[in-house]
Design a protein around this ligand. Structure first.
Ligand SMILES: NC(=O)c1ccc[n+]([C@@H]2O[C@H](COP(=O)([O-])OP(=O)(O)OC[C@H]3O[C@@H](n4cnc5c(N)ncnc54)[C@H](OP(=O)(O)O)[C@@H]3O)[C@@H](O)[C@H]2O)c1
Length: 181
């Protein structure tokens, strides 16, 4: 099953502040003006995936937004503990856990072909298990100094092939890699 990471990082490689805050992803007014509604390929990417698998921390962050942003797209939340899923989300949100290979097998059984992998620890575990095909990183031109990193320890070198890099007028730089098998 092709699995993809689509994520934004600070220039120094963080996906969130130490407390999980992602306020820095919201551009300042002058950049919003320049960006003119640019979504950096997000909508097209979302339309291309069948489901989103995300870690518990990311799920809790999304819940804090108030409005559920994923419409009827299936979302699988990974956790090692029982989660309370609000009944209003029960039709599309489910929980799994364990080895990413086993998670992918289960999702394939559910008919999921293209998978969006979201969350730092979750991305790291899927990469380490060899379950990620494509990594798309949008770098935001800000240094945070500290925070939650996108990447961490790996059990062995993971080589990637550069596919493309696109610079946007807003200062965002998006790079796509294929993970070598
Ligand atoms: N910049 C961006 O584009 C972006 C994108 C996504 C998220 N974020 C931010 O990143 C932060 C969250 O990232 P994160 O690295 O802290 O964590 P995360 O990957 O969202 O969640 C980690 C948790 O997920 C569970 N988990 C992951 N893989 C598992 C597996 N295979 N089996 C069982 N449980 C598994 C564990 O939960 P348990 O502890 O319950 O076992 C683990 O503690 C949030 O602040 C979010 O807002 C930013």
């Amino acid at each position: 099953m092709p699995a993809h990471i689509f994520i934004a990082t600070s220039l120094d490689g963080f996906i969130a502040r130490p407390d999980g805050d992602i306020d820095w992803l919201t551009p300042p007014p002058d950049v919003i003006e320049i960006a003119q509604g640019e979504d950096y390929g997000y909508d097209a990417f979302m339309a291309s995936v069948d489901a989103i698998v995300m870690g518990r921390h990311s799920f809790e962050k999304v819940l804090s937004f108030g409005a559920w942003p994923y419409s009827d797209k299936p979302v699988i939340v990974l956790s090692s503990q029982p989660l309370r899923i609000d009944p209003t989300l029960a039709a599309t949100v489910s929980q799994l856990g364990g080895d990413p290979r086993v998670v992918c097998e289960e999702l394939a059984r559910r008919g999921i072909n293209e998978l969006y992998v979201d969350g730092g620890l979750t991305a790291q575990r899927f990469l380490s298990a060899g379950m990620v095909d494509r990594v798309i990183i949008t770098r935001v031109p800000v240094l945070l100094g500290r925070g939650i990193p996108l990447f961490g320890m790996v059990p062995h070198d993971i080589r990637l092939t550069h596919v493309r890099t696109q610079a946007f007028e807003s200062g965002m730089v998006q790079t796509e890699y294929r993970v070598q098998r």
